[in-house]
Design a protein around this ligand. Structure first.
Ligand code: GAR
Length: 209
Protein backbone atom coordinates (compact mmCIF):
# COMPACT_ATOMS: atom_id res chain seq x y z
CA UNK A 1 0.00 0.00 0.00
CA UNK A 2 1.25 3.45 -0.91
CA UNK A 3 1.85 5.64 2.18
CA UNK A 4 -0.05 8.94 2.06
CA UNK A 5 0.10 12.14 4.11
CA UNK A 6 -3.13 14.18 4.26
CA UNK A 7 -2.86 17.94 4.73
CA UNK A 8 -5.80 19.78 6.29
CA UNK A 9 -6.72 23.19 7.67
CA UNK A 10 -10.08 22.60 9.34
CA UNK A 11 -13.10 20.31 9.33
CA UNK A 12 -11.42 17.39 7.61
CA UNK A 13 -14.45 15.66 6.11
CA UNK A 14 -12.55 14.76 2.94
CA UNK A 15 -9.70 13.49 5.11
CA UNK A 16 -12.25 11.35 6.96
CA UNK A 17 -13.49 9.92 3.64
CA UNK A 18 -9.91 8.97 2.71
CA UNK A 19 -9.29 7.39 6.12
CA UNK A 20 -12.55 5.44 5.84
CA UNK A 21 -11.69 4.15 2.36
CA UNK A 22 -8.21 3.13 3.49
CA UNK A 23 -9.63 1.02 6.32
CA UNK A 24 -10.29 -1.61 3.65
CA UNK A 25 -7.07 -3.69 3.47
CA UNK A 26 -7.62 -4.01 -0.28
CA UNK A 27 -7.44 -0.22 -0.73
CA UNK A 28 -4.09 0.54 -2.43
CA UNK A 29 -3.13 3.48 -0.18
CA UNK A 30 -2.58 3.89 3.55
CA UNK A 31 -2.97 7.18 5.45
CA UNK A 32 0.21 7.39 7.54
CA UNK A 33 -0.04 10.94 8.89
CA UNK A 34 -2.46 13.87 8.98
CA UNK A 35 -0.84 17.31 9.10
CA UNK A 36 -2.74 20.50 9.92
CA UNK A 37 -1.43 24.03 9.48
CA UNK A 38 -3.79 25.11 12.26
CA UNK A 39 -3.80 23.72 15.80
CA UNK A 40 -6.98 22.43 17.39
CA UNK A 41 -8.92 21.68 14.21
CA UNK A 42 -11.83 19.28 14.07
CA UNK A 43 -9.94 17.25 11.47
CA UNK A 44 -7.06 16.61 13.88
CA UNK A 45 -9.51 15.22 16.43
CA UNK A 46 -11.19 13.03 13.81
CA UNK A 47 -7.80 11.66 12.73
CA UNK A 48 -6.73 10.97 16.29
CA UNK A 49 -10.03 9.19 16.99
CA UNK A 50 -9.36 7.04 13.92
CA UNK A 51 -5.93 6.10 15.28
CA UNK A 52 -3.99 8.08 12.67
CA UNK A 53 -0.80 9.88 13.65
CA UNK A 54 -1.16 13.68 13.51
CA UNK A 55 1.17 16.67 13.37
CA UNK A 56 0.67 20.43 13.43
CA UNK A 57 2.85 22.74 11.35
CA UNK A 58 1.47 26.13 12.35
CA UNK A 59 2.10 28.68 9.60
CA UNK A 60 1.54 31.47 12.14
CA UNK A 61 4.46 30.19 14.21
CA UNK A 62 6.80 30.34 11.20
CA UNK A 63 8.46 33.69 10.45
CA UNK A 64 8.49 33.11 6.69
CA UNK A 65 6.61 31.04 4.14
CA UNK A 66 9.89 29.31 3.24
CA UNK A 67 10.35 28.18 6.85
CA UNK A 68 6.74 26.98 7.03
CA UNK A 69 7.19 24.94 3.87
CA UNK A 70 10.51 23.48 5.05
CA UNK A 71 8.83 22.31 8.26
CA UNK A 72 5.89 20.97 6.29
CA UNK A 73 8.15 19.06 3.89
CA UNK A 74 10.04 17.56 6.84
CA UNK A 75 6.79 16.46 8.51
CA UNK A 76 5.76 14.78 5.24
CA UNK A 77 9.10 13.14 4.49
CA UNK A 78 9.51 11.90 8.08
CA UNK A 79 6.20 10.06 7.76
CA UNK A 80 7.48 8.07 4.80
CA UNK A 81 4.59 9.33 2.65
CA UNK A 82 4.97 8.91 -1.10
CA UNK A 83 1.78 10.75 -1.99
CA UNK A 84 0.24 13.88 -0.45
CA UNK A 85 -3.48 14.64 -0.40
CA UNK A 86 -4.55 18.23 0.21
CA UNK A 87 -7.97 18.01 1.83
CA UNK A 88 -9.31 21.46 2.59
CA UNK A 89 -5.72 22.67 3.00
CA UNK A 90 -6.02 26.43 2.65
CA UNK A 91 -2.40 27.54 2.15
CA UNK A 92 -1.11 28.11 -1.36
CA UNK A 93 2.07 26.07 -1.88
CA UNK A 94 5.09 27.64 -3.59
CA UNK A 95 6.55 26.43 -6.87
CA UNK A 96 9.61 25.19 -4.96
CA UNK A 97 7.48 23.08 -2.61
CA UNK A 98 5.46 21.65 -5.49
CA UNK A 99 8.66 20.82 -7.40
CA UNK A 100 10.00 18.91 -4.38
CA UNK A 101 6.96 16.58 -4.60
CA UNK A 102 6.32 16.91 -8.33
CA UNK A 103 3.38 14.86 -9.56
CA UNK A 104 2.78 13.43 -6.07
CA UNK A 105 0.42 16.06 -4.60
CA UNK A 106 -3.35 15.66 -5.10
CA UNK A 107 -5.96 18.32 -4.30
CA UNK A 108 -9.74 18.38 -4.12
CA UNK A 109 -11.41 21.58 -5.29
CA UNK A 110 -15.11 22.41 -4.96
CA UNK A 111 -15.84 23.34 -8.60
CA UNK A 112 -15.63 21.91 -12.07
CA UNK A 113 -12.18 23.24 -12.92
CA UNK A 114 -11.06 25.25 -14.82
CA UNK A 115 -14.19 27.17 -13.76
CA UNK A 116 -14.13 28.90 -10.37
CA UNK A 117 -10.57 28.52 -9.14
CA UNK A 118 -9.88 30.01 -5.71
CA UNK A 119 -12.37 30.67 -2.91
CA UNK A 120 -16.18 30.97 -2.53
CA UNK A 121 -16.81 28.65 -5.45
CA UNK A 122 -20.45 27.86 -4.61
CA UNK A 123 -21.46 31.52 -4.27
CA UNK A 124 -19.69 32.33 -7.52
CA UNK A 125 -21.32 29.40 -9.37
CA UNK A 126 -24.75 30.62 -8.25
CA UNK A 127 -23.97 34.22 -9.25
CA UNK A 128 -22.74 33.05 -12.65
CA UNK A 129 -25.98 31.11 -13.12
CA UNK A 130 -24.35 27.85 -14.17
CA UNK A 131 -26.71 24.86 -14.55
CA UNK A 132 -24.04 22.36 -13.58
CA UNK A 133 -21.47 22.69 -10.78
CA UNK A 134 -19.31 20.05 -9.08
CA UNK A 135 -15.87 19.12 -7.83
CA UNK A 136 -12.47 18.16 -9.17
CA UNK A 137 -9.53 16.08 -7.96
CA UNK A 138 -6.33 17.15 -9.68
CA UNK A 139 -2.58 16.93 -9.44
CA UNK A 140 -1.08 20.09 -7.94
CA UNK A 141 1.29 22.11 -10.09
CA UNK A 142 2.81 25.56 -9.52
CA UNK A 143 -0.33 27.36 -10.74
CA UNK A 144 -3.31 27.59 -8.37
CA UNK A 145 -6.06 25.00 -9.08
CA UNK A 146 -4.67 24.43 -12.57
CA UNK A 147 -2.91 21.04 -12.48
CA UNK A 148 -3.89 18.00 -14.54
CA UNK A 149 -7.40 16.76 -13.77
CA UNK A 150 -7.82 13.22 -12.40
CA UNK A 151 -11.58 12.88 -11.74
CA UNK A 152 -14.56 15.26 -11.71
CA UNK A 153 -18.15 14.89 -10.57
CA UNK A 154 -21.00 17.08 -11.81
CA UNK A 155 -23.82 18.36 -9.60
CA UNK A 156 -26.90 19.95 -11.19
CA UNK A 157 -27.82 23.37 -9.75
CA UNK A 158 -31.42 23.68 -8.55
CA UNK A 159 -33.43 26.89 -8.94
CA UNK A 160 -33.78 27.30 -5.18
CA UNK A 161 -30.18 26.39 -4.30
CA UNK A 162 -28.28 28.44 -1.75
CA UNK A 163 -24.51 28.27 -1.36
CA UNK A 164 -25.13 26.01 1.65
CA UNK A 165 -27.47 23.58 -0.11
CA UNK A 166 -25.28 23.42 -3.21
CA UNK A 167 -22.10 22.97 -1.17
CA UNK A 168 -23.66 20.06 0.75
CA UNK A 169 -24.45 18.18 -2.47
CA UNK A 170 -21.01 18.93 -3.92
CA UNK A 171 -19.36 17.78 -0.67
CA UNK A 172 -21.09 14.40 -0.90
CA UNK A 173 -19.55 14.00 -4.37
CA UNK A 174 -16.15 15.10 -3.05
CA UNK A 175 -16.26 12.30 -0.51
CA UNK A 176 -16.99 9.84 -3.32
CA UNK A 177 -14.41 10.93 -5.91
CA UNK A 178 -11.42 11.73 -3.68
CA UNK A 179 -10.95 8.13 -2.45
CA UNK A 180 -11.49 6.92 -6.03
CA UNK A 181 -8.88 9.31 -7.42
CA UNK A 182 -6.32 8.47 -4.74
CA UNK A 183 -6.83 4.75 -5.38
CA UNK A 184 -6.34 5.23 -9.13
CA UNK A 185 -3.11 7.19 -8.60
CA UNK A 186 -1.81 4.74 -5.97
CA UNK A 187 -2.45 1.82 -8.36
CA UNK A 188 -0.83 3.69 -11.22
CA UNK A 189 -4.06 3.61 -13.23
CA UNK A 190 -3.92 7.40 -13.58
CA UNK A 191 -0.65 9.27 -13.72
CA UNK A 192 0.59 12.69 -14.78
CA UNK A 193 2.79 12.63 -17.89
CA UNK A 194 3.97 15.92 -19.39
CA UNK A 195 1.28 17.88 -17.60
CA UNK A 196 -1.61 15.62 -18.65
CA UNK A 197 -3.21 12.61 -17.01
CA UNK A 198 -2.60 9.34 -18.78
CA UNK A 199 -4.71 6.25 -18.17
CA UNK A 200 -2.86 2.97 -17.65
CA UNK A 201 -2.37 1.14 -20.90
CA UNK A 202 -2.67 4.27 -22.99
CA UNK A 203 0.71 5.74 -22.00
CA UNK A 204 2.68 4.00 -24.72
CA UNK A 205 0.26 4.46 -27.60
CA UNK A 206 1.49 6.56 -30.52
CA UNK A 207 0.56 10.27 -30.31
CA UNK A 208 -1.69 10.01 -33.39
CA UNK A 209 -4.28 8.05 -31.40
C1 GAR B 1 -13.91 21.12 0.70
O1 GAR B 1 -15.11 21.50 0.08
C2 GAR B 1 -12.76 21.26 -0.25
O2 GAR B 1 -13.08 20.93 -1.57
C3 GAR B 1 -12.45 22.73 -0.13
O3 GAR B 1 -12.60 23.03 1.23
C4 GAR B 1 -13.54 22.13 1.81
C5 GAR B 1 -12.87 21.46 2.97
O4 GAR B 1 -13.77 20.63 3.67
N1 GAR B 1 -11.15 23.01 -0.60
C6 GAR B 1 -10.78 24.17 -1.12
O5 GAR B 1 -11.54 25.11 -1.26
C7 GAR B 1 -9.34 24.24 -1.55
N2 GAR B 1 -9.05 25.51 -2.15
P1 GAR B 1 -13.25 19.45 4.57
O6 GAR B 1 -12.19 20.05 5.50
O7 GAR B 1 -14.46 19.01 5.33
O8 GAR B 1 -12.68 18.38 3.69
Amino acid sequence: RVPVAVLISGRGSNMAALIEAARDPAYPAEIVRVISNRPGTQGLQTATDAGIETAVVDHKACPTKAEFETALATAIEDSGAELICLAGFMRVLSADFVARFAGRILNIHPSLLPAFTGLDTHERALTAGVAVHGCTVHIVNAELDAGPILIQAAVPVAADDTAASLSARVLAEEHRIYPAALAAVARGDLKPVNGRIVRKGLADLPPTL
